[in-house]
Design a binder for this molecule. Structure first.
Ligand code: NAG
Ligand code: NAG
Ligand code: NAG
Ligand code: NAG
Ligand code: NAG
Ligand code: NAG
Ligand code: NAG
Ligand code: NAG
Ligand code: NAG
Ligand code: NAG
Ligand code: ZN
Length: 761
């Protein structure tokens, strides 16, 4: 398949059109317009209810909050409507009569997670907790509690046909589907947990997201966070993900978060659920309520919540309702009592703008959550964990930056080694002995690294500079140095295409070999270059795409893919071993003995040992890092056994290459299976010479320099003092000066007289 620049541009254009989203709010039909208008009306009226709601009020007509746990105990088939006869809407008390949570859970939260009786505010908590925390999570129960019925308004449903303009009315209850519980069940007892915390400091009031502004009037005591919570079993066969908003209470180190979907408009419930733990003094609870309500108001107002809603938001809300359980999340941060407000401020400033202030960043403890509880009201699932921790984002970025810069050194080393190697093989006949496939594999890895670094640099703006540098240097390495070298290798081996391995093993074809004649037309460098660059970019795109999509595969498949890929891509010396066999490198002792000045280069191994060892080390170090350094930047799992296996495999390849150097490339082949290579230096018979006779009786004409070549003739005693290395006899029986033909072969591996391909020396 031929891929040229135009095709490539077309592919990129199609991908761009495919993945780019339409502008504005994404509404593309009358039906969708009505859907989004309904959502806006709905949320606006709920916001009005929320605005009027005081600390002592119950939720009235807010989606997902119409029922309490007690309601469902009293009447399991109760519909979530408003108003419910006999329900008390004018009080709010922190128990299951009013809340979504059963009393046992409320009890656990106020004793085990948030210490409600500790109201002294003596602990210090860091105001900025941007980080990614890792830990282990335990399932406490998944069928002990009743499941709350949470209906989804039917206007979220997609249109059933094109003619439909008005979304349906009413509610539907997914929770009543027969297999709903199984679909959303948590089936593992112990799993992995990851919580990514980012701060929402600024919001934009337009859909485009430009012009972000600060909105938080409570910034001293309250922060709005965005969490990304994932918990999954070890094999990642079952993964639960949510991406909710959270409120962080800086004075108490408490974090409250609730998932949002079209069946649970949890934003309006955060103040009530946050104000559970003033404990002794009820007035304190009311203050918490008032402050968090103000925070939500600020956010609603600052982000222009209603007017920035898009079809994407609507779809996300509906998808979440359909495919996920709702969760309420209660987290307690571990205090940083070794710091006070001023020190913390200095540390934060230093982290944001490193100027070398006198603070000990290395002594900064990890952000850690000492206890957490996740409860799903609609699935009745309860999970708990202790101790999830991770270092502050900036420190992590710092580590990553230094590791990436160390990686740059590896690129530089690889470029240097490659230049030495190119210098070493500067004639077509020496370059001919290099394996094209070995370098293709190396090239594929470096090229993919360049694209992966480039993609990463657009995802991680903090690391833009080091990532772009790495991307640039690996791109230079792959597309300039390696591809140039590949083109030379390919050119020098062009006359071997279509020739069987057995023929190649003889180093020479019969004179009347028709295959060779058809291949006599060796393409020029430019067309080889074009086709190789095409191949390079094509395999690069395919391979990068595979790697990127593999990150979303289940862990088992992903790991198998990863291991197989790594092993295959680290077999880069195997093709060179085969190449050595084909070119029939002689044992080292023989090569030394044969040390004529002309052929000195030919008697070294085609690859420099410096290059072989250096390249192997440079390519193994990152793998060793990823698989053994437990806090590596990719959060990759540790697997030292694989590293040992891989090192043994590489060592095996190296030792085979070394043995080929010492014992000859073909030592492991049975003796009789090895045909003789072609020898250019040999005596000539008179009969042979008669065909190409020069001016005098014992000389031939050299077609290159147009002068005479004295030759060693078996039958003529007087010519036996002539050095057999001073002339060369081609397979097509033409005779040239050694200097002349070697120079010629520096340009073309073709006989200058009859254009028959010449086996390289
Ligand atoms: C409750 O909210 C729904 C949706 O916003 C609305 O249609 C309904 O009229 C409200 N009911 C009352 C009693 O306010
Ligand atoms: C709940 O609503 C459905 C219709 O949506 C109705 O058939 C059912 O009787 C209602 N249940 C109760 C307990 O009111
Ligand atoms: C919740 O508190 C109210 C008022 O104190 C009380 O009447 C009700 O019985 C309590 N509910 C439960 C389930 O304890
Ligand atoms: C809660 O706080 C009180 C008062 O500071 C303390 O005595 C108690 O040990 C704490 N309980 C837990 C579980 O941390
Ligand atoms: C909390 O404060 C009260 C009075 O302000 C004091 O009596 C009590 O010892 C304090 N508790 C702790 C654990 O500091
Ligand atoms: C917290 O740190 C992050 C990362 O540097 C920064 O972007 C953010 O502005 C900080 N947030 C606050 C509230 O200081
Ligand atoms: C969830 O799974 C557990 C064990 O796998 C099972 O006992 C329970 O009945 C399931 N719950 C639902 C609602 O299917
Ligand atoms: C909370 O806000 C309400 C209404 O804005 C006000 O009446 C009440 O006094 C406030 N409570 C506290 C403790 O500030
Ligand atoms: C919302 O913001 C506008 C100005 O952007 C202001 O006039 C209004 O009072 C704010 N409303 C609330 C509830 O903060
Ligand atoms: C920082 O480290 C230095 C020495 O390494 C020490 O003298 C100083 O007390 C430390 N400062 C803090 C805040 O831990
Ligand atoms: Zn010839």
């Amino acid at each position: 398949m031929e891929i040229n620049g135009n095709t490539l541009i077309l592919i990129v254009l199609i991908l761009y059109l495919f993945f780019s989203s339409p502008g504005g709010n994404g509404v593309s039909s009358k039906y969708e317009y009505n859907q989004i208008e309904k959502l806006k009306d709905h949320l606006s009226s709920e916001y009005q209810t929320f605005q009027k709601m005081s600390f002592r009020d119950n939720f009235r007509n807010i989606t997902g909050l119409k029922l309490s746990y007690q309601d469902i105990i009293t009447n399991p088939s109760i519909n979530a409507t408003y108003p419910i006869a006999g329900k008390d809407y004018d009080n709010w008390i922190h128990n299951q009569t009013y809340e979504l949570l059963p009393d046992e859970i409320i009890q656990k939260i106020s004793t085990k997670v948030w210490n409600v009786s500790d109201n002294n505010l003596t602990n210090f908590y860091p105001p900025n907790i941007t980080s990614t925390l890792m830990g282990q999570i335990n399932l406490v129960s998944n069928n002990e509690y009743s499941q709350l019925r949470m209906p989804v308004p039917r206007y979220f449903e997609p249109a059933t046909d094109f003619a439909q303009d008005d979304p349906p009315e009413g509610d539907s209850y997914f929770t009543d589907w027969p297999n709903y519980g199984e679909l959303h069940n948590v089936t593992f007892q112990k799993g992995e947990l990851s919580i990514q915390i980012t701060h929402i400091n600024k919001v934009s009031d337009t859909i485009s997201g430009y012009g972000k502004k600060f909105f938080n009037s409570q910034d001293e005591n309250w922060k709005l966070l965005r969490l990304r919570i994932e918990f999954f079993d070890k094999l990642e066969s079952e993964k639960h993900t949510m991406n909710p908003i959270a409120i962080y209470d800086i004075r108490r180190g408490r974090i409250l978060s609730m998932s949002q979907s079209s069946k649970f408009h949890s934003l309006f419930s955060l103040p009530h659920y946050m104000s559970v733990g003033g404990g002794l003094d009820k007035g304190d609870d009311e203050t918490i309520f008032n402050e968090t309500k103000a925070l939500i108001n600020d956010y609603w107002n600052g982000s222009n919540y209603i007017d920035t809603l898009t079809m994407g938001d609507l779809d996300t809300l509906y998808d979440n309702a359909l495919s996920k359980c709702e969760y309420t999340v209660f987290l307690q941060l571990a205090p940083w009592n070794q710091f006070d407000k001023d020190q913390m401020k200095k540390i934060d400033e230093e982290l944001n703008w490193p100027l070398g202030r006198p603070v000990n960043l290395t002594k900064l403890p990890p952000v850690s959550i000492q206890s957490g509880l996740l409860y799903s009201p609609d699935c009745g699932v309860e999970l708990q964990f202790n101790d999830a921790s991770g270092v502050r984002y900036e420190l992590k970025v710092k580590t990553i930056r230094s590791h990436i810069l160390l990686g740059l050194l590896l690129f530089a080393g690889q470029i240097y080694l490659l230049l030495c190697q190119m210098q070493h093989t500067n004639t077509p006949s020496s370059i001919n002995k290099i394996s094209f496939y070995s370098f293709s594999m190396i090239n594929l890895v470096d090229g993919s690294l360049a694209t992966l670094y480039l993609i990463a640099s657009s995802v991680l703006p903090e690391l833009y500079l080091p990532l772009i540098l790495s991307s640039f240097s690996s791109f230079i390495l792959a597309s300039i140095f390696e591809t140039r070298y590949l083109i030379s290798i390919y050119t020098s081996q062009a006359n071997e295409r279509g020739v069987s391995i057995i023929t190649l093993l003889r180093g020479n074809a019969e004179n009347n070999d028709e295959e060779r004649v058809t291949n006599a037309d060796i393409p020029d460098d430019a067309s080889i270059g074009a086709s190789l660059y095409g191949r390079f970019f094509f395999s690069l795109i395919i391979f990068t795409f595979l790697i990127l999509s593999s990150t979303s595969w289940p862990r088992k498949i992903r790991m198998t893919f990863e291991y197989i890929c790594i092993i295959i891509l680290n077999s880069y010396w195997v093709p060179q071993i085969f190449r050595n066999v084909i070119k029939g490198l002689a044992p080292r002792r023989e090569r030394r003995r044969n040390n004529s000045p002309i052929n000195r280069r030919q008697h070294q191994t085609p690859l420099l040992w410096k290059f072989i060892i250096g390249t192997t080390i440079i390519r193994t170090v990152p793998i060793v890092y990823v698989f053994t350094y437990s806090s590596n930047i990719f959060r990759h799992h540790r697997d030292p056994r694989f590293v040992v296996f891989l090192s043994l495999w590489l060592l095996f390849q190296l030792s085979i290459m070394y043995s080929q150097d010492i014992l000859g490339a073909r030592w492991f082949l049975p003796q009789h299976s090895i045909p003789e290579g072609y020898i250019y230096f040999k005596p000539v018979s008179l009969a042979h010479l008669a065909k190409h006779e020069g001016a005098s009786k014992h000389t031939a004409d050299c077609a290159i320099c147009m002068s005479e070549v004295p030759v060693y003739i078996e039958e003529a005693e007087e010519t036996h003092n002539i050095d057999q290395h001073s002339y060369m006899v081609t397979p097509c029986d033409h005779i040239f000066h050694t200097d002349c033909l070697e120079n010629w072969m520096g340009y073309k591996l073709q006989c200058p007289v009859c254009r028959t391909p010449l086996p390289p020396i």
